[in-house]
Design a protein around this ligand. Sequence first.
Ligand code: NAD
Length: 288
Amino acid sequence: MAALEQGSIVAVIGSGAMGAGIAQVAAAAGYPVKLFDTRPEAVEKAIADIGKVYTTLVEKGRMSGEAAIAARARLHSVATLKEVDDAALVVEAIVENLDVKRMLFADLENVVGDDCILATNTSSISVTAIAAQLRRPQRLVGMHFFNPVPLMALVEVISGLATDPAVAATVYATATAWGKNPVHAKSTPGFIVNRVARPFYAEGLRLLQEQAADAATLDAVMRDCGGFRMGPFELMDLIGHDVNFSVTQSVFNAYFGDPRFTPSVLQQEMVNAGFFGRKSGRGFYHYG
Ligand code: NAD
């Protein structure tokens, strides 16, 4: 199955950490991108930040000046959902909440054309469930990027029970055209990476609660001796505790309360405090 043609319009809904990264990658690969967010300031910030990243890439010799100017010109902010009516692919990267995602896709179905592919970047919610109430659930697929999107090659292309295999194949080929290494996966709780990563975070949090060592020491051991690129605490700070905690809750609930996936009260308190990690300036570490 071929990728969507270069020049096909991609809409990115939600312009936070993930939406901005997805837009950066798609625009650099030659696809015009329309960015929408319920907070218009998030779109403006995303476009400004992506522009700065392109400039840095030019300075480092990893992108030509012409390519950077062309990619920047492909980024468009839109103020209403109606303006994504000409999209060939919509990638949703909004809040990790089933009802909110369902509402968004129901609205999108009334806006986009019949051939438009609807993709969700959900970390853990059932793709089958997100699609279930659509008129055409076969066009919805998971397109799960990892943080930070421009640096992380993996994309999980997740099929729900109703997903048309041709839709999953097109998204797989398109992710490849964007320079990514996609894999196909079925809609299971946490998919592949967020499933196998749960014990990494959970055991780290338990060790911290039991005062085995402080977060910096535990991170250093996993990074420097364990061979992980990041330890669990610096990684949770990067992902965002709000996002990470809701993924754990979602996997726990999806497995009917399996104690292996019990969420951490320590992380719940971090979320209660608004200590979301890097994005809020404070998590297990302090930033800025
Ligand atoms: P974020 O909080 O940085 O950004 C979310 C953005 O969506 C915000 O700007 C918010 O204003 C906007 N938004 C919320 N509701 C909206 C709506 N109804 N319509 C339009 N915009 C809306 O979150 P994020 O980290 O970018 O995560 C986004 C999605 O990607 C979530 O589903 C998350 O689980 C998933 N994800 C996150 C990571 C990660 O490491 N952060 C990794 C993979 C997948």
